[in-house]
Design a protein around this ligand. Structure first.
Ligand code: GAR
Length: 222
């Protein structure tokens, strides 16, 4: 049996996606090991969750660095020290410069709360509602230098309901995000994925379109 995939998590917020990955690993549903949790925010909930779980938890604050590049360099040196096979951006809310990203090309995925390419950036739920979308969702994609724009690996979709507001939409989407991220990391952990700057290979074949998360929390077509 191959060794478990070593994952580093980058998170700025409460860490519910991190928790979902930890739960899946504990349940034996994900053959991975979280080797460190990293944040730009010393008070991030994700770091507290990591410490409670006995995982290395490291904050690198932009305030301690004169510019983006030096912050990125410090943060990604900490990440390099734990030798991850994969870096999961799980609610990391800063733009990362190309120099830091090039170090880990092909080994980074991001989860984003919209059906990319719709609504990169912030306020995705409100923007989907304002546009009158019938459907909303979340995407997992390979990280490239362009914000929320790397090749898409997988998506989860939910219908927008007539009485939805941005918070109800976010609340209903969150458990689907968690299942989407766990399933996506699972494919990587099974060594079935190769992430390239402009496409993704699954089982040696170019992925023609993002995989879709089914009601059974499996990715259709994978
Ligand atoms: C998640 O909804 C994730 O999709 C989003 O941040 C939230 C983090 O929640 N990410 C982005 O907006 C990235 N552009 P969590 O801290 O509870 O996992």
């Amino acid at each position: 049996m191959s060794p478990p995939c070593h994952i580093a998590i980058l998170a700025s917020g409460r860490g519910s996606n991190l928790q979902a990955l930890m739960d899946a690993i504990a349940a034996g549903a994900l053959a991975a090991r979280i080797v460190g949790v990293f944040s730009d925010k010393p008070a991030a909930g994700a770091l507290a969750l990591a410490r409670e779980a006995g995982l290395p938890a490291v904050a690198v604050s932009p305030r301690d660095h004169p510019d983006r590049d030096s912050h990125d360099a410090a943060l990604f040196s900490e990440i390099a020290a734990v030798q991850p096979d994969l870096i999961v951006f799980a609610g990391y809310m800063r733009i990362v410069g190309a120099a830091a990203l090039s170090r880990f090309e092909g080994r980074m995925i991001n989860i984003h709360p919209s059906l990319l390419p719709r609504y990169p950036g912030l306020h995705t739920h409100a923007r989907a509602l304002a546009a009158g979308d019938a459907e909303h969702g979340a995407s997992v994609h390979a990280v490239t230098a362009e914000l929320d724009a790397g090749p898409l690996l997988a998506q989860a979709r939910i219908p927008v309901q007539p009485d939805d507001d941005a918070s109800s939409l976010a609340r209903r989407l969150l458990p689907r995000e968690h299942a989407l991220l766990v399933a996506s990391v699972g494919l990587f952990a099974q060594r079935r994925l190769r992430l390239h700057p402009d496409h993704i290979m699954l089982d040696g074949r170019r992925l023609p379109a993002p995989l879709q998360l089914g009601a059974d929390n499996r990715l259709d077509g994978a």
